[in-house]
Design a protein around this ligand. Structure first.
Ligand code: CAA
Length: 387
């Protein structure tokens, strides 16, 4: 039975910071950010966009193309959670009028959350082939103004519809996992900003990639050359480039060239949007599908990583006609129509977004009509509205 990704919805907020502007403001050489880190821009969420509203907006991208009554599972992976108890899935279910007869919950393991949800969804659809599952990853990466991690921030969401006989990517059986209790990145309950040991996190990420990639190839009797492309969790594109260098090391010229070309296609959206944590691997998959000239049957390897830390490698095969399921021009418009912020504006928006809203005061959004946003709290209950 074939189960996998049938739809992909993406959302990112309508403002961004240009890395050259940021470099000038921080007295850094722009090439450090553009080449050394591999980022050109990063999306900025103001206080009216949070994990929930972005998750609703990402799912809305394909909502009119699916049978709502078939959705039996809604999993929300996030590390920017808005409530310690109630899951983000329930806000989404309500906003999108999804059926009451479904299982809805939230999962957490840093950036691994969406992959955890996807694997649960795959197993769910195998048992209930007449039903579908929505899996959302939605996050705002905030390290803080003038910190080393500042250049690797971002905001956005990816939503996947998982079903049998999928139209985009069939997920293959098997996966290789590796986990360890370490402190490379974390966010304590008393902090809205992430704590990160940036260089250590890169080392661990590369180590987990090597371990899970080797184990997966052994398990499935595959060689590097068998992969048409490999996509990676991409907090900043240089980190994933280092993993891709491991994948092409010692390979024949054709394999090395192909994996390099596909990597270029996969990094395009992340270099413009920044880190979206849980959705990051899937933003790179979307970018690969939209820029990588893939053909039906191509084997794509996926490396998921969540700090703390958890790594998983798995694969999928591209489905004939996958292009028709994508909305490349819609994704381009979302990214290209963002408003560029001055560094002073960004710093103000960033600082405002850290403050809790005053209860009972309605917030207004400047997103385009049809977009959902966080409209403030009433009696400490979060309100979500559509413009
Ligand atoms: N031209 C070109 N390249 C230059 C340059 C120039 N003028 N100046 C510097 N560089 C290069 C450096 O050589 C270096 O390259 P390498 O990595 O290949 O060595 C790169 O630019 C960065 O330079 P530094 O290491 O000096 O930069 P830094 O000390 O400011 O820190 C960072 C960079 C460690 C990435 C920091 O930005 C950071 O901590 N970011 C956050 C880390 C992160 O995202 N970790 C991922 C965690 S996984 C995740 O997503 C979290 C999760 O699961 C929740």
């Amino acid at each position: 039975m074939s189960v996998g990704i049938d739809k992909i919805g993406f959302f990112t907020p309508n403002k961004y910071v240009d890395m050259v502007d940021l470099a000038h403001a921080r007295n850094e050489d722009p090439n450090k950010f553009l080449i050394g880190i591999g980022q050109t821009a990063m999306s900025i969420a103001d206080k009216t966009q949070d994990a929930v509203s972005m998750g609703i907006n990402a799912t809305l991208r394909y909502m009119d193309k699916i049978d709502k009554d078939k959705v039996g599972l809604l999993i929300f992976g996030t590390e920017s959670s808005v409530d310690q108890s109630k899951s983000a899935s329930l806000f989404v279910k309500n906003a999108l009028n999804l059926p009451a007869s479904m299982r809805a919950f939230e999962v957490k393991e840093a950036c691994f959350g969406l992959t955890a949800g996807l694997m649960m969804a795959r197993d769910f659809v195998r048992v209930h082939p007449d039903q579908t599952a929505i899996v959302i990853g939605s996050d705002i990466a905030r390290y803080g103004i003038k910190t080393p991690g500042e250049v690797t921030q971002g905001a956005g969401s990816i939503s996947l519809l998982v079903k049998d006989n999928p139209s985009i990517l069939e997920l293959n059986d098997g996966h290789s996992d590796y986990s360890e209790d370490i402190n490379d990145f974390w966010r304590p309950n008393n902090s809205k900003l992430a704590k990160v040991d940036g260089k250590y996190s890169t080392q661990v990420y590369l180590d987990f990639f090597s371990k899970t990639f080797e184990a997966y190839k052994k398990q499935k009797n595959l060689a590097n050359k068998d992969f048409t492309a490999i996509t990676y969790h991409m907090p900043f594109t240089k980190m994933a480039l280092k993993a891709n260098r491991i994948a092409i090391e010692g390979q024949d010229e054709a394999t090395s060239q192909r994996l390099t070309d596909k990597f270029e296609a996969a990094k395009k959206w992340s270099s413009l949007v920044g880190n979206i944590y849980t959705g990051s691997l899937y933003l790179s998959l979307l970018s690969l599908l939209e820029h990588g000239n893939l053909k039906a049957g191509d084997l794509v390897g996926l490396f998921s990583y969540g700090s703390g830390a958890m790594g998983e490698f798995y694969s999928g095969n591209v489905v004939l006609g996958y292009e028709d399921q994508l909305d490349k021009s819609g994704d381009e418009e979302l990214i290209n129509s963002r408003r560029k912020l001055s560094i002073a504006e960004y710093e103000q928006i960033f600082t405002d977004s850290l403050a809790d809203p005053q209860d009972g005061v309605a917030l207004l959004s400047d997103e385009k009509p049809g977009t959902w946003y966080f409209a403030g709290t009433k009696d400490d209950i979060r309100q979500y509205k559509k413009i």
